[in-house]
Every structure is written in C-alpha cells, then in structure tokens.
Design a protein around this ligand. Structure first.
Ligand code: NAG
Ligand code: NAG
Ligand code: NAG
Length: 529
C-alpha cells in the first residue's frame, strides 16, 4: 500500500515542481504594472474554417482561393484552417492554460451578413460568436473584437469594395448589427485591422484579395474609404450604443519602425517620410488635431501627381466636414508591430519604382541591420528596441494616447522548439517595459498568434502560433511550443526572466490534463486495491 501512496505523492510533485524552484530567480526583474493586460490574437479567416457552413456567405478570400489557388504559396486555403468554428472551446482552454486575460479575435462579416447588407442577419453566425463570447466570459477572459479583418463579403467586393465611398455606409450598418447583438457583453471593439497592409496588398501590389493592382491610385482610395468607414462606425457606437453599453472602440494600425540609415539629412528626412506615409496616413486623420493627412504627405503626393501631368492629386485630402468628423474617433491606439528597417534616400532610388505608386511618391530605399536575427524561413527581423522607439514615436506625435499592442509576433517554419520566437517575445516585451519607463501610456499586449493559422498568401508555410497545429491532423490537436511555455511564465510572473528555460519534452503543462488523469487513475486504483 505504501508504495502506491508514494507514487501518488510523486505524481503530484512532478506536475507542479518546476515553477516552485524558479520563483527565486525573478526577484530583481522589472514588473509590468497591475493595469497592463496580456492576451493573444487571431483572425476569423485565418483560424475558423467552416468556410461554407452555418449559413456563411463568400468573402473575397473565399473567392481568391477558389478562383486562383496557385496564388497561395503552398496551394492551401482557409477552408478548414484550425477549425476553430468547431473547436473554439479548445482555443479557450489554451487561453486559460496561458493565463491571459484578453483574447482578440475577429468576426467574419459574411458569417453574420452573408450578402454584406443587414437585410438578412444569419442566426447561426450570431449563435457561433455568442458561444465564443460566452465561453470566454465564463473563463474570465475579456473579448477584444475586431469588426473587420479583411473578409469583405464577395457581394460587396463586386460592387466596388473598398474603392467605393458607399462602403462607409455598408461598414457602419454591419458594425451596428454587431453592437446590437454582442455589445451587451463585448466592451472592446476594434473597427478595422491594419488599413495600411490591407490597402497596400489588396489594392496596391495585388498580393492579397481582391488582388487589385493599383499602387498609386487604388491604394490611396482604399485608405481614404477605410478612414471614413471607421469614423462612421465610431460615431454609430458613440451616438447609439455607448451610453447603454459603456464600451470603447478604436482602430488597429500597423507600422514598421523606420530609422535613418546614416546621419545625412536626406536619410533623416527619408526615415521621417517613411513614418509619415506608413503610419501618418492613417494615424493623423484620427489622432491629430487636423483630422486630415499629414501636410508633408499631401504635398509630396500632390507634387508627384503634377509631375505626372495629372490635374489633381492622387491623394485626395479630406474635406473640412470629413476632417471634422474624423478627429478623435479612436478611443485607443491599437498597434500591430513586427519589425524595423533602416531607410535611405539618395540618387540610387530616383526613378527606380513604377509610377504612379506609393513607393514612387515616397522615394526611399530600405535595408535591415545585418545584426538583426531573422528565422531563415521567414521575413520578420528581430529588434525589440524598434517597438520601444515606435511606442515613443506615437506618444510624441499623437499626444500620448492609450496604446494597446494588438499584435506582435515572430514567424518560423514548423516545429515546437521555437527558442528564437521565445527570444523575440522576451526582447520585444523588454522593449515595452522600456517604453513604460519612457512614459508611454501602453496598457496591454496581444501576442500574435495563439495558434498556427492560415498566413494569407503564404498559406501554412509560415507559422506564427504559440501552439502548433499539424495541418494534416483532422482533430487539429494544439500542442504548445517552447514559446508558449515562456509566454505563460511571463504572464504568470509579469516579468521577463532571460534565464527561464522550460523543458519542452517533460514540462507538465504540455499535457496537464493527461497527467491529472494519471494522478486520478492512481488514486482510484489505490481505493480499489
Ligand atoms: C481633371 O481631369 C478629369 C478628366 O481628365 C476631370 O474629370 C476632372 O474634373 C478634372 N479635375 C479638376 C479638379 O479639374
Ligand atoms: C545610397 O545609399 C545606400 C544605403 O546607404 C548605399 O548602399 C548606396 O551606395 C547609396 N547610393 C548612392 C548613389 O549614393
Ligand atoms: C531546442 O533548441 C535549442 C537551440 O535553439 C537547443 O539548445 C535545445 O537542445 C533544443 N531542445 C530540444 C528539446 O530539442
């Protein structure tokens, strides 16, 4: 009997032992403030699957992967992805395991409004997001809901999509349906994810849906309509819902951090212009006192347009009325950030870009620091101080807004021993701690991403997950990577300990449920014997 008791005690000990010993090492580390939250992020098309189930309509991504499958690097699509439509409870279990308090996910517009317009609201779509939201709340996890993460209903795409000004009304009507159905429980709304990437890939280079190649005209029209659509949704929330629901609503902008490649005045001006075009185009209308594009950008595009013999600028500034309507329409600054770059401007970039285009209007070249690490299979250069500099840039340029980092992460190939991703999270979170010391009002952080997912035109060939998913596995089992164990410890201790080195092979949390069941089985056997 004694040896059975011994096994029982031993099992309990080995499942909880590792963190006890580690506690001692964290004493002199900086701590994240109490009001700073940790979370993770995903988006609907990248994880949900169930592309034609539950009454969902087609999005422009469904259209792209059906009509042009060869465009995706590995020939895959988001038809099944992580199957979160069916396995959302598994996702919530992971969030629980990580100990995070926030989950940022997005709602698929065509799952709620299959044809884009609110004359038909799909009850199965509403039920799915109700289930997810309720499951999160039952587990004390706050939902941060992105209203639009690039899944435009194909029906609206065919009517002009983001190139028509009517889309502000379409988007506002869609947002109203979400506020009315979910706003009693959702208190954090993000209108639109990454306008810069969406417009430049979708309507500039054409590498994303809807694959329109118009880098000097369509790109700017998309950006303009996105700002107007965002402002419309904000005003709808503010007028019709805020008093009763009491939430906040903002936008998520993405930016690389640009630094001058040398001390030459041209490089310094080039790096400043890079930030103006990348971030200022979207941030100034919402966060500056003018409600319009940066004057420098208005001037540069107008000048290039004149040179090109056009009678008006390809960047159409907002009217006085529109600008007034833009000002102050983001309750927080949502920021997605991945990487940094050096910028130069000299005669070697003159006339090298196709015209008209954003790149030709901007006229700079870029290069990474040779010391920045990058996983050989992907594109994200690791430079944690870049995030710090970007946060300080936002504080200084936009009057110290409340900032939520809504995405930050690192790309690798498959494999769970992702020590380079863990180092990325450590380095960037140290950058966030530095920024807090610098007086930046940054209040939260969402790691991109919770699970491996469909990485747009790269398919599944590039991975961002804290949890690995084998795409061939119909059950889509989620397995923690080394980085998940490191992030979990950061969340638990609210510090970044460089020496924490969990053992991926034996860590108890890898399969906490089966070891718990084992303990239970031994206990039951003890009783039976
Ligand atoms: C510019 O020219 C186009 C056609 O060439 C015309 O439709 C437009 O009204 C002109 N704009 C201005 C501001 O003159
Ligand atoms: C322009 O700057 C880049 C980056 O510093 C450099 O590699 C290139 O040689 C320069 N070209 C000229 C013409 O000065
Ligand atoms: C994981 O990779 C690191 C180097 O990045 C290596 O030192 C370690 O032994 C690997 N662990 C496993 C379990 O393979």
């Amino acid at each position: 009997m004694f040896y059975k008791l011994f096994i029982f005690v031993f099992c309990i000990f080995t499942t909880s032992g590792s963190s006890v010993q580690y506690e001692k090492q964290t004493q002199n580390l900086r701590t994240f403030p109490d009001d700073f939250f940790f979370g993770t992020a995903t988006s609907s098309y990248q994880i949900e699957g169930a592309w034609n189930e539950g009454g969902k309509g087609w999005s422009m991504w469904d259209q792209l992967v059906r009509t042009d499958p060869g465009h995706i690097r590995d020939g895959t699509n988001g038809d099944v992805a992580a199957n979160s439509y069916h396995f959302y409870k598994k996702d919530v279990e992971l969030l629980k395991e990580l100990g995070v308090s926030v989950y940022r996910f997005s709602i698929a517009w065509p799952r709620i409004l299959p044809y884009g317009r609110p004359d038909y609201v799909n009850p199965e779509g509403v039920a799915y997001y109700n289930n997810l939201i309720n499951e999160l709340l039952a587990n004390d996890i706050t939902p941060f809901v992105t209203i639009y993460h690039w899944e435009l209903p194909q029906n609206l795409n065919e009517q002009g999509g983001w190139l028509t000004s009517e889309i502000a009304d379409w988007f506002g009507d869609y947002a109203r349906v979400l506020f009315a159905n979910f706003g009693d429980r959702v208190k954090h709304w993000i209108t639109i994810n990454e306008p810069h990437i969406h417009c430049s890939f979708g309507y500039g280079t054409g590498s994303h849906a809807p694959r329109i190649k118009s880098p000097g005209i369509g790109y700017y029209e998309c950006g303009r309509n996105i700002i107007l659509a965002h402002a419309k949704a904000w005003h709808i929330y503010d007028k019709e819902f805020r008093a009763t629901q009491g939430g906040v609503i903002g936008i998520t902008l993405d930016s690389t951090m640009a630094m001058p490649g040398s001390n030459s005045p041209d490089d310094i001006q080039g790096a400043a212009d890079y930030m103006t075009f990348y971030l200022g185009q979207y941030a100034d209308p919402l966060f500056s006192a003018t409600g319009n594009y940066p004057q420098r950008m208005i001037d540069l595009v107008a000048e290039a347009s004149r040179r090109q013999g056009l009678n008006e600028s390809r960047l159409k500034p907002f009217t006085q009325e529109e600008a007034k309507n833009n000002i102050g329409t983001s309750d927080f600054f949502g920021l997605n950030h991945y990487s940094s770059t050096y910028v130069y401007r000299n005669s070697s970039v003159t006339g090298i870009y196709e015209a008209p285009s954003l790149n030709d209007d901007l006229q700079v070249g870029t290069f990474p620091d040779p010391n920045w690490y990058k996983n050989p299979t992907a594109w994200v250069y690791r430079y944690g101080q870049g995030l710090r500099k970007l946060l300080v840039h936002i504080k200084d340029t936009y009057n110290n807004p409340t900032i939520y980092i809504t995405e930050n992460g690192f790309s690798t190939a498959t494999g769970r021993n992702d020590t380079d991703r863990a180092d990325y999270y450590r380095e960037y979170l140290n950058g966030v701690l530095d920024a807090i010391d610098d007086g930046v009002n940054v209040k939260g952080y969402c790691a991109w991403s919770l699970i491996d997912n469909f990485e747009w035109s790269f398919g599944y060939s590039v991975r961002f997950g804290l949890y690995e998913i084998d795409q061939d596995d119909p059950e889509k089992i989620r397995k923690p990577k080394y980085s998940a164990l490191v992030y979990k410890e950061i969340v638990r201790t609210r510090t970044v300990d460089p020496s924490y080195n969990p053992d991926l092979a034996t860590d108890a949390s890898v399969d906490i449920k089966s070891s718990f069941l084992f303990v239970l089985a031994v206990a039951v056997l003890n009783i039976i014997w």
